[in-house]
Design a protein around this ligand. Sequence first.
Ligand code: DI6
Ligand code: FE
Length: 401
Amino acid sequence: MRTLWQHCHVATMVDGHYSAVEDAAIVTCDGLVEWVGPKAELTAPMPERTVDLGGAWVTPGLIDCHTHAVFGGNRSGEFEQRLKGVSYAEIAAQGGGIASTVRATRAASEEALFASARQRVMALMRDGVTTLEVKSGYGLDLASERKMLRVVRRLGQALPLTVRATCLAAHALPPEYSGRPDDYITHICEQMLPALAAEGLVDAVDAFCEHLAFSPAQVERVFIAARKLGLPVKLHAEQLSSLHGSSLAARYQALSADHLEFMTEEDAIAMAAAGTVAVLLPGAFYFLRETQLPPMAALRRHGVKMALATDLNPGTSPGLSLRLMLNMGCTCFGLTPEEALAGVTVHAATALGLGHSHGTLQAGKVADFVAWHIERPADLAYWLGGDLPKRIVRSGQEITH
Ligand code: DI6
Ligand code: FE
């Protein structure tokens, strides 16, 4: 059925700008945008159904392009410890940190993981998210990574949401491989990735490149294995130190390199040339009380596309609102509200390999959008969380939560 959505203004986000159309209308048909523009210029035959959006500002549906939304347990106890002065690295050395979430995730049933992830994902959706990426990486053995990725696929089937699954088996060294990281990488490359890819559970492959995780040489082996399977790569890089993982990611035409607080100008040049998106994660920066800022001037100077995401995870960013990250991206990293909104729409879509179908409001793209009852688009980055009045449309259908 064709639908006319009218009495609205549209921030189309084409080319990374608001590209605002005031007094606009949108025509959707069969889940796609058929036409968007000034209402006065609409000449096509009138659709059978008309929806009055009451003067709302319409943006593309928000895209959270970096989450670890599936996990067992919770680490609020570690948060209390850190507030008393114990560091993230000390907690990890005591068997806490990622290792504690791995134990809880391995012990949890698929059903329990699904139920808890669904709650978290629904919180993101109520805030305007219509596309979401979720990583594995708390299983670290074939059966447990499969269990996580099956939950990711189920989220996409059970909820009105587009979900991309990323295999992050190279997130941390599992206890069975203690002292043998290269053997674990071999296991990932030769057993885990081929099996999980064959089951259709993987859309992209990620790794954690850091002193306390995997070296660039180890990450490169994972990238080569992903390439053999025809899977695109992403990388957690330069979060706590500079190993030039982002330049390595660019050499493998990665969809994105994420975190990036310690990246250099050379890394930015390499990413710009490769079209690798910089995914900034202010929630983790804030929650760990980091002080090293990503090199915003270099990223802008070289034209690196910047996305923003929650990094929703139990250890470093228990963020349940992508819109709160818009504010943090502005206050912590100095993004403009327009850049922040581009970071959760057009550039987030590119970071997921969905730039052809999602992320902007244009004819031919998927009709995912949010009609916000706000005065100006910058209001989305202005309010600190909360539940802004809105209507959410996914594939041309209004959804209610
Ligand atoms: N970087 C992070 O911030 C998270 N993973 C990663 O590679 C931390 C995940 C955790 O602490 O559970
Ligand atoms: Fe992460």
